[in-house]
Structures are given as structure tokens and as C-alpha cells.
Design a protein around this ligand. Structure first.
Ligand SMILES: [Zn+2]
Length: 295
């Protein structure tokens, strides 16, 4: 790619829908501000449970055509956010959804969980050297909530960031690239608590309410180093989530996954800086993931 925009953000996610739930507002905001936003999704989410009864036939244990369907859902979600650069790690279908931890699918040939780390990271190194992001967003080492594909996405993103800057790893014409800042997706505990209070007060149209500990990435407020106010993009985020109709049901500022348990949609998205230098004064949160980055 020539003539890259000045600011470039890379997000690495496990399945289609994770990007909209975690970072939809952040992605829409940076696209609107002229940054290059690149999404790499590691699997097609073939093992996902399906919410609309009319689409139940797509499931892995029936027609096993959920993957191609979710490619289209992701494309529709990215249209809502304005993201034009979205890719699948190694190409669509290269790595398959591993299913929840402990299932036999974890070890199936082609499952992302059983992928060779450096081979998988190598695909991402090519993307990093092409789009040369200053900022990388991914999950914490536990994958936020322990799903094998989320854990593996963390490992692959972390390894690729290291290898992309290593000149003698897969030398190519793009040349090595070092990412300035790496963030993990986070939710501050008090924000999660307030979100669930709003949900209980509003009584959204879901049979139950999720437990706070079911939310990925919830940590003590003191762990949060960046808060991106995506309020102007809240509608776009909700629209992107609705585009993942097999996986997400949206009701106003709330949503549910296939377990039918309501959760708040966060318009402000939170991060923990784990590599690189904060652009905020000591003790303060950043409001911009590119703070302190030289374009
Ligand atoms: Zn996921």
C-alpha cells in the first residue's frame, strides 16, 4: 500500500462479531477521523450458536454453512462502521473456529486453537508490514473470557507484533515494522456495574441478565489506561452489532448473545496500554489511542 493515512489502527479478533461488541465505536470514530482501520478476524465463527430459528439450519452440526454466512454479516457490520479494510487471517476459512474450551473441536485439524503459532503469526506479520499500524488492539492473555480462539488471537497478535519488527523473519519488500502501542480490550468494573443497573431499571426484552463476571475483560478501574468516547458513534455500533444477526440480538442500548442474557452496549470503550508509552499526563487516562504517537 502506498500513501497510507497518517494514523493506522489494527485490531485482531477471534470471530466475526467480537470487533463490533468490543470496538465498534472506536473503529467508527477513527474511520470518521480519516485513520486507516484494519480488522483481522482469525476464524469465521463456524461453531457459533444461532439465534434466529429460521437460520438454525446453518449450524455446524447441520449444514455447516455458518462460516460463509458470517462472512456476509461481518461485511455488513463493517459497512455500518465505515471500515473498508477487513481481512481473515491467512484468508477466509484458513483457520476454523475451535468451539468452547474442552470440546473435541479444539484439536480438530484446521482449528485455530491447534494452529502453529509462528505460522499463524506469519500471516499477520504480512498485514502489519503492509499497513504499518502504530496501534494494535487485541485481547488479554486469557482472551477476555477464556474462549480458545480468543486466547489464540492474543498469542498470535502478540507474537506477530514481535516478529513484524524482526528484519530476518520472512524478509520481504515491505521491510520490518515496529508497532508503537499495544492495547488490550477492557471494561472497568464500575462501568460494567452501572451498565447492568441501567439494564435492570430499563427491563430490556431478554429473558435474563448476564452476570458481570460473564463479561470479557472486566477489571478494576485502576487498570484502565485509555477511554475512547464513542458516544457519537453509538448508533453505528448498535447497527454493526445488529448486522451479526445470527449471534447478537439488540434491544436499544442493550444486547444478548445466544444465551439470551441481556448485557449493556458500551458507547465508551476502554483499554489497557500494555506496550509503548502513554500519551496522557501521569496518572490520567488517554482519550485517544494515538496519543503521543508520531505520525
Ligand atoms: Zn469471539
Amino acid at each position: 500500500m502506498t500513501d497510507l493515512p497518517a494514523r493506522r489502527l489494527l485490531l485482531v479478533h477471534a470471530h466475526p462479531d467480537d470487533e463490533s461488541i468490543n470496538n465498534g465505536a472506536t473503529m467508527a470514530k477513527y474511520v470518521a477521523e480519516g485513520a486507516l482501520v484494519t480488522l483481522v478476524t482469525c476464524t469465521l465463527g463456524e461453531e457459533g450458536e444461532i439465534i434466529p430459528p429460521g437460520l438454525a439450519h446453518l449450524a455446524a452440526d447441520r449444514e455447516d454453512t455458518l462460516g460463509p454466512h458470517r462472512i456476509r454479516e461481518l461485511a455488513a457490520a463493517m459497512r455500518e462502521l465505515g471500515v473498508t479494510d477487513h481481512r481473515f487471517l491467512g484468508g477466509p476459512g484458513r483457520y476454523r473456529d475451535s468451539g468452547m474450551m474442552g470440546l473435541e473441536q479444539n484439536g480438530r485439524p484446521g482449528a485455530f486453537w491447534s494452529a502453529d503459532l509462528d505460522e499463524a503469526a506469519g500471516h499477520l506479520v504480512d498485514v502489519i508490514r503492509e499497513v504499518r499500524p502504530q496501534v494494535l488492539v487485541t485481547y488479554d492473555p486469557g482472551g477476555g473470557y477464556g474462549h480458545p480462539d480468543h486466547i489464540q488471537a492474543h498469542r498470535v497478535a502478540t507474537r506477530a507484533a514481535e516478529l513484524a519488527g524482526t528484519a530476518d523473519f520472512r524478509p520481504n519488500s515491505s521491510g520490518p515494522h515496529t508497532i508503537s502501542k499495544i492495547y488490550w480490550n477492557r471494561v472497568p468494573r464500575t462501568v460494567a456495574e452501572q451498565g447492568f443497573e441501567r439494564l435492570r431499571a430499563a427491563g430490556a426484552a431478554f429473558p435474563g441478565v448476564a452476570a458481570l463476571d460473564d463479561l470479557p475483560g472486566v477489571v478494576a478501574d485502576s487498570e484502565i489506561t485509555a477511554a475512547v468516547d464513542g458516544t457519537p458513534y453509538a448508533e453505528r455500533k448498535a447497527a454493526a452489532m445488529r448486522a451479526h444477526a445470527t449471534q447478537i440480538a439488540v434491544d436499544g442500548p442493550f444486547f444478548a448473545l445466544s444465551n439470551n442474557l441481556g448485557q449493556p452496549i458500551f458507547a465508551t470503550e476502554f483499554y489497557e496500554l500494555v506496550h509503548g508509552r502513554s500519551g496522557a499526563p501521569a496518572g490520567e487516562r488517554e482519550s485517544d489511542l494515538f496519543a503521543g504517537v508520531d505520525a
